[in-house]
Structures are given as C-alpha cells and as structure tokens.
Design a protein around this ligand. Structure first.
Ligand SMILES: Nc1nc2c(ncn2[C@@H]2O[C@H](COP(=O)(O)OP(=O)(O)O)[C@@H](O)[C@H]2O)c(=O)[nH]1
Ligand SMILES: *[C@@H]1O[C@H](CO)[C@@H](O)[C@H](O)[C@H]1NC(C)=O
Ligand SMILES: *[C@@H]1O[C@H](CO)[C@@H](O)[C@H](O)[C@H]1NC(C)=O
Ligand SMILES: *[C@@H]1O[C@H](CO)[C@@H](O)[C@H](O)[C@H]1NC(C)=O
Length: 366
C-alpha cells in the first residue's frame, strides 16, 4: 500500500516534469525572432540585447535568446538566468531552439537571413555570415542561410503592423536578423528591463565567495576604472563632438537638465586627481573603508592607498577570468562609482537602479 502511494506520487511528479519540459518547447504560432549580438563587447551587447528583448515583445514573437559573443558563443544561461526573462516575454534559449524546434519549425529551406538595407540596395548586399563575428556566430549554432531579404523598417510600435504584414509567421517562422533590432546607446525607456536579467547561480556563487574572501562580507565601495589605451583614444577628442549621446553617456547626461552639457574629457577619461577626490568624498560620507576596483588596465591601488592612508582603506582588485564577475561585484557593492561613457558601467548602473542602490559617476555633478 505504502509503496503504491510512493510510486504514484513519484509518477505524478515525473509526469508534471515531463509536461513542463514539453510546454517550453510548444511551438509558437506567432513565430520566433533572433539576432546576432555582433557589435562590441559585453556592455554594448547587453544594451543591444535589452532593445532586442523589447522588440520581440512588441512584434509578439518568441525571442530565441542569442548567446553572448566573445571569441566564441557563450550560452546566455552561463551568466544570466533564462527563466527570469519569462516574467517579461516568451523566450527560448538558442541552443535549445536549434536542437528541439528548428528541425520542424525552421527547416533548412526556410532559413532566411534579414538585413536592414536602404531601398535602393540589392538583397545581395545582405551578407549574414561575412566576417567576424558574423560567420562564427551562426556557424556555432549550425545555421546556414538558404536566402536573404532586406527590410527598411524601424523597431518601434508604429512599424509593427508593417513587420507583421511583410513577414507573416507562416512564411517566415523565424526572423533571424544580422544585428540586434535596437539602438546604441539604448533607448532610455528600456533600461528598467535589466531587472529581468538576473545573474546565473554559478556567477552569484563566485561573487559571494569573493565578497567573503576579500571583505569578510562587509560593506564595500565598488569603482570602475575604464582606462585602457582603446578608451584613452575614444576620449581623446571627445569635447569637439559636442555630443550628449556619445556611447553610453545618456545614462548620466539624461539626468542633466542643461542641453549644452556635452561629454567632457573629464567625464570620459577622468584624471587620477578627480578619481581620488570623488572617492575620498564618498568614503568620508559613507564611512565604508573597503574598496573594490574593477578595471581593464590600471587599478591605481598604490595611489588610492597613499591618498587615503588617513582613512585606512583596504583596496582589492581581482582581475577576474571573466569580466562579468567584475560587473556583478560592482552591482552588489554598497556604493558604486562608474564611468558614464562606458556601457560596461551602464550594466552595473541599471542593475543597481532596479534595486534602488546608490551610484555616482566620475567627473559628473552627481
Ligand atoms: N574585467 C574587466 N574587464 C573590463 C573592465 N572594463 C572594461 N573591460 C573590458 O573591456 C570591455 C569594454 O567593452 P564594453 O563592455 O562594450 O564597454 P565600453 O567599451 O566600456 O562601453 C569589457 O567588455 C571588458 O571585456 C573592468 O572593469 N573589468
Ligand atoms: C501574442 O502571441 C501569443 C502566443 O502566440 C498569443 O497567445 C497572443 O494572443 C498574442 N497577442 C497578441 C496581442 O497578438
Ligand atoms: C531577479 O532580480 C530582481 C531585481 O533585480 C529581483 O527583484 C527578483 O527577485 C529576482 N528574481 C529571482 C528569481 O531571483
Ligand atoms: C558570508 O555570507 C555568506 C552568504 O552569502 C555566508 O554563507 C557566510 O557564512 C558569510 N561569512 C561570514 C564570514 O560572515
């Protein structure tokens, strides 16, 4: 009797699980959309991803969640949870889609690549796989394109009817775009979507381990120093552009009321003096003595320790094997100072904003 009950409970649990898995792979009659995150590194890719996620919902197709692009494809779920995206919109991981659904939903002859083209451009200009990372991205997903189409449509709510009429799901079950259907810098109205991008358990576990090891779980200030030579070049003549939207700059300049507040050299590539000044200010105000430095080149540890010796600060820097570890260390700091022009900073800033954690920027009237 007892055994029978156990067996039937087991069976129930098991069949619910099977059903749940099947449910994920139910075919969406409204079709699918996907794209390559083929521009820039992590910060650029996350801004593009959020715009693409918003567009998938607008056009009401399931988002085939693309992998991140480094020197190879990194499945989305290695760094973030897929499931939390589902509170916003229908999604399926790209590898899962290719394995489970592509053979029926997206047979080889329906694998059509989509490129944004000017009306006078021939569709032969649409080269989905030419160059890096375009070729390797699709190759690693085992996608060959049978044909291509050009489109000249926007990614906003006013264009949705045209998208639906021009590309109905029965003829175009998957809209596979050469690049993300999104702008860079990203549209401010999509920033809050960061709240659906929860970190993966593996990443969280590693960050907890570092927080205990470095700071014994105590409060720390996280700072982002974007100071490699590529950045120095990017900031060299920045004042002559008189731009408010250079790279990720809208994340802070949106908060600045004066329309003549352009990106300055100080905002883009703050001097050591500015970094030490603002950091000291924050330490005196917050009374936090642990500092975590994330950087692509120069951590300024000696400079900070010397300048703030009276405050007896402890400065730590990991140079982690994965940049995402720095992102999450900064996102979980008790206070954060970042670089307004950097989209690497912008991931951290958005993740903190949705949790109401305080942030500031170098060279900005915070
Ligand atoms: N580990 C680590 N890497 C960084 C840091 N800052 C920049 N990088 C690297 O430089 C890249 C910068 O490109 P991106 O993320 O698109 O941001 P942006 O160029 O600053 O707008 C990052 O993706 C990292 O690979 C940092 O603080 N820590
Ligand atoms: C969006 O797509 C889903 C699933 O295909 C469907 O159930 C729903 O009715 C669609 N919504 C609209 C507004 O078309
Ligand atoms: C995901 O993150 C948001 C805030 O960033 C949080 O409110 C939510 O509880 C998290 N969800 C899960 C399942 O961890
Ligand atoms: C640090 O926090 C973790 C949970 O994140 C906990 O398991 C651990 O015991 C804490 N360590 C110390 C030294 O307080």
């Amino acid at each position: 009797m007892k055994i029978l009950v156990y067996v039937s409970i087991l069976f129930c649990v098991f069949s619910v699980k099977i059903q749940a898995e099947k449910l994920n792979y139910e075919i969406d009659p409204n079709g699918y959309i996907t794209f390559c995150l083929c521009m820039g590194r992590l910060g650029n890719q996350v801004e593009h991803f959020l715009g693409g996620l918003a567009f998938a919902k607008l056009i009401n197709r399931t988002l085939i969640v693309p992998p991140w692009r480094t020197y190879k494809n990194i499945p989305y779920s290695e760094w973030f949870q897929i499931d939390t995206l589902r509170s916003y919109h229908r999604v399926i991981d790209a590898q899962d889609f290719m394995r489970e659904l592509a053979p029926t939903v997206w047979p080889p002859e329906l694998r059509i690549g989509f490129c944004w083209l000017r009306p006078e451009q021939p569709k032969s200009d649409c080269k989905m796989k030419e160059g890096n990372p375009f070729g390797p991205f699709w190759n690693e997903l085992n996608v060959e394109f049978a044909d291509t189409v050009g489109y000249h449509l926007n990614y906003d709510e006013y264009s949705i009817n045209q998208w639906k009429q021009t590309f109905p799901p029965d003829r175009y079950p998957v809209i596979a775009l050469k690049g993300a259907p999104a702008s860079f810098p990203m549209d401010a109205k999509h920033r809050y979507l960061q709240k659906y991008m929860n970190w993966s358990d593996v990443i969280i576990d590693e960050v907890r381990h570092h927080q205990q090891n470095l700071f014994n779980n105590q409060s720390y200030i996280g700072i982002h120093l974007r100071n490699d030579v590529d950045w120095q070049k990017a900031c060299d003549n920045v004042e002559s552009y008189r731009s408010r939207s250079y790279m990720a700059a809208p994340q802070c300049l949106d908060l600045s009321p004066s329309p003549t507040d352009y990106v300055t050299k100080k905002l883009c590539y703050p001097s050591d003096g500015e970094i030490l000044r603002l950091l000291k200010n924050v330490i005196l105000r917050t009374r936090i003595h642990h500092i975590y430095v994330a950087t692509d080149r120069r951590p300024m540890i000696r400079e900070i320790e010397e300048h703030l010796s009276a405050q007896r600060v402890h400065v730590k820097h990991l140079d982690p094997h994965l940049p995402i570890i720095d992102v999450v260390m900064l996102a979980h700091a008790n206070y954060f100072i970042g670089n307004c022009v950097s989209s690497f900073t912008s991931i951290v800033k958005r993740a903190r904003d949705v949790q109401n954690l305080p942030s500031a920027f170098w060279g900005f009237n915070n």
